[in-house]
Design a protein around this ligand. Structure first.
Ligand SMILES: *Cc1c(COP(=O)(O)O)cnc(C)c1O
Length: 370
């Protein structure tokens, strides 16, 4: 369906230095047969090096392997690091595509600005992905619901302990074949609404995709587990009353009148590309969809009186995940009958159909890699 779109040549500036020790076909096929999220990596990584003096240089694809870091490397002390998460999808005709990578490139640049890291040009961001996926194309799985997860990241690589932005940085993209995020198939998850912890605050780094935000979300996530829930949801730090998002996914609420809402971006919410795609797909269907403040009080009342019909979370890794239960110290509520909602699953199908080339890409969201 998209075969007339030719791959671009942003990868041309990357020097491909093939490993002498690639995994054998048998090893790769064994890894592809049962990929567990983020555990197996391809033979190569794409890399670009930055210095304050020389700018971005040495665009290359090289052997995947350990990094050697001086113990005084800045990132190890002050967490000056950002990342992205995206996927390469194999279509039925064998071609390989990624989804809205320009949006990831723009968000990566915005995250870099917030973390005082150097901005990477879109052409280098896209070029790294193209060069890596073309080199390791055999690692893009083709079974249903599988993909090659791509993890571009950048860290402060200067060796020094002073507190100032690093004068050196490394941009690296690694790739990992992944199966469906939930091995048992899509199932509604339970959410613990954290009262004790916040993910982000006004003026903080909540809108940047940085490792530090994830470090801060791990203890609340453990609290959620301890309370018998699978994921944690955060409220706004300033008032503790409005819903923001999960540790790594945005959230949507479906109302009985057919309308849909999602928390408005306040500066402490990460602007998900899945979120913005869902807003567009719902608008295309003529659904009344709003970005607005959603208070925990309203959500609880809606779950109690049935005016909230579905709640779901979304992000690249798990796509769309139904939420079946929300709990905290003072409430424990089932969303409708606790099963996956109809709209939730139909938007999920529509989005994944576009990503895998099973439905027309009317918004031009797909970019061909191979
Ligand atoms: C990455 C991320 C998301 C989801 O973003 P997508 O672009 O949809 O993958 C949501 N919240 C947080 C905190 C994230 O880091």
């Amino acid at each position: 369906m998209h075969s007339t779109t030719l791959p671009s040549d942003d990868a041309a500036t990357f020097d491909v230095r093939l490993t002498d020790t690639p995994r054998s076909d048998a090893e790769r096929e064994a890894a592809l047969a049962a990929p567990r999220f983020g555990t197996v990596f391809t033979d190569h990584m794409a890399r670009v090096t930055w210095t304050a003096e020389g700018g971005w240089t040495d665009r290359r694809v090289e052997r995947y392997g350990p990094l050697q870091l001086d113990p005084a490397t800045a990132v190890l002390h002050y967490a000056q690091e950002i990342f992205e998460g995206m996927k390469a999808y194999r279509h039925a005709d064998g071609s390989v595509w990624t989804f809205r990578p320009e949006a990831n490139a723009a968000r990566f640049a915005a995250s870099a600005r917030r973390l005082a890291l150097p901005e990477l040009a879109e052409a280098d961001f896209l070029g790294a992905i193209e060069a890596l996926v073309r080199t390791d194309e055999a690692w893009v799985p083709s079974a249903p619901d599988t993909s090659l997860y791509l993890r571009p990241f950048m860290y402060a690589s200067e060796t020094f302990l002073g507190v100032r932005p690093s004068a050196e940085a490394e941009f690296i993209t690694i790739a990992s074949p992944v199966g469906p995020y939930f091995a048992q198939g899509v199932h509604p998850v339970s959410i613990w609404v954290s009262r004790d912890f916040n993910r982000a605050g006004p003026g903080g780094t909540g809108a940047a995709k940085c490792g530090g935000n994830y470090a801060a979300s791990l203890l609340p996530q453990q609290e959620a587990f301890a309370r018998g829930c699978e994921q944690v949801a955060f409220l706004d730090a300033a008032t503790g009353t409005t819903l923001e998002e999960l540790g790594g996914m945005n959230i949507f609420v479906v109302h009985a009148d057919g309308s849909v809402s999602t928390p408005v971006l306040t500066g402490s919410i990460l602007e998900g590309i899945t979120r913005s795609s869902i807003l567009q797909l719902l608008a295309d269907r003529g659904v009344a969809v709003t970005e607005q403040a959603i208070t925990l009080g309203e959500l609880r009342a809606g779950l109690e009186d049935g005016t909230v019909r579905e709640v779901f979370a979304c992000g690249t890794a798990a796509v769309i995940t139904p939420i079946g239960r929300l709990a905290s110290d003072d409430f424990d509520l089932t969303v409708a009958d606790g099963t996956a909602g109809e709209l939730t699953m139909s938007v999920r199908d529509e989005l994944t159909d576009i990503q895998y080339g099973r439905r027309p890409d009317t918004h031009g969201w797909l970019r061909r890699l191979v």
